[in-house]
Design a protein. Structure first.
Length: 325
């Protein structure tokens, strides 16, 4: 299935912005929320969609996203129509309620996906399982697959618009029109931390409050380099931003993946540069990289009629997984 951008969205920024700002996500019913308590006494909210005991797809959203993101709703809807269940992992603090610890989530945080995978396997040892990650969620997914090697019992995985090299992507967002995405995301992240601090004060989590207060003032932060150095690295046990970016970038893990994995990436993604894309020699035999002409960042909108856009990602991914299941 070759992707061809819609003529009326034949621009990486239009593709990217349409998905996030214009698209009205489908209304999906049969959503059931489950809260799991993590080993470190925090919580994760999972949104289950569908019923029965058929195949299951784990969905991972992107930075500042959630189970309410349009691309997640789109996947929930198309799989529901095919009789395939989904479960969306809301990363910590992303489910509409701040989490109970100072720590949050980040691009290399594979502990939570591994935690819910193990629980699902214990509950449903015979269920065929696949996983899909978008943007930050795609980086987390690929890193996890590489870390786990041949220990996982997954049928397949799909990663979309992946920031394979975090340092290069952070710098790309400091230039040109891409600065607009950076401003929006940084504002969301600063609000995320403010909401968390308010919540921690409400529940009286003194030690966690102190961890956030030690970070200092965040209002001056303008770039991901600053935010990841001042907040992410300090809250998640990295030496500094360079250590975080080096250890968390998924590109170095691709050669260790043993699960059939499809990567969908646009050659004009405004969050990336051409240098970010891995070379064929870096991919394991199980990994297939499809580099499309156009598509933006988690865009991939096609169709001839502006009043009836077609979301190619959903068709491509569901076709791929349906064949495997």
């Amino acid at each position: 299935m070759q992707f061809k951008p819609a003529w009326w969205l034949n621009n990486p920024h239009l593709q990217t912005l349409y998905t996030n700002q214009v698209r009205k996500p489908p209304l999906v019913e049969n959503i059931n929320r489950e809260r799991l308590i993590t080993p470190d006494k925090d919580f994760l909210d999972l949104d289950w969609c569908g019923s029965g005991n058929g195949p299951l797809v784990i969905l991972l959203h992107g930075l500042t996203g959630s189970s309410q993101s349009g691309y997640i709703k789109g996947m929930q809807s198309i799989f529901l129509n095919q009789g395939i269940r989904t479960v969306t992992l809301n990363f910590r603090g992303c489910s509409g309620e701040p989490n109970d610890l100072a720590r949050g989530y980040h691009s290399g945080d594979t502990g939570d996906i591994n935690f819910i995978y193990q629980i699902i396997k214990q509950r449903e040892p015979e269920t065929p399982i696949a996983a899909i990650g978008f943007s930050l969620g795609g980086n987390v997914l690929l890193k996890w697959l590489g870390e786990q090697g041949d220990t996982l019992e997954l049928k397949a995985a799909v990663a979309v618009s992946v920031p394979f090299l975090l340092a290069e992507c952070a710098s790309k967002l400091d230039s040109g029109f891409s600065q607009n995405y950076r401003r929006y995301l940084i504002a969301e992240l600063i609000q995320y931390m403010a909401d968390k601090l308010k919540h921690l004060k409400h529940i009286g989590a003194t030690q966690e409050i102190q961890k956030i207060q030690k970070l200092g003032e965040l209002s001056h932060i303008k770039s991901f380099w600053q935010y990841d150095d001042q907040v992410v690295a300090k809250l998640h046990g990295f030496k500094n931003v360079h250590d975080y970016y080096q250890r968390s970038s998924s590109r170095q893990f691709l050669k260790h993946i043993r699960i059939p994995t499809l990567i969908l990436q646009a050659d004009d993604d405004p969050f990336m540069t051409p240098e970010v894309i891995p070379e064929p020699a870096e991919l394991s035999a199980q990994v297939k990289l499809e580099l499309t002409r156009g598509g933006g960042h988690v865009g991939f909108i096609t169709g001839k009629n502006p009043f009836n856009p077609e979301y190619w990602l959903e068709t491509r991914i569901s076709k791929y997984l349906k064949e495997i299941f």
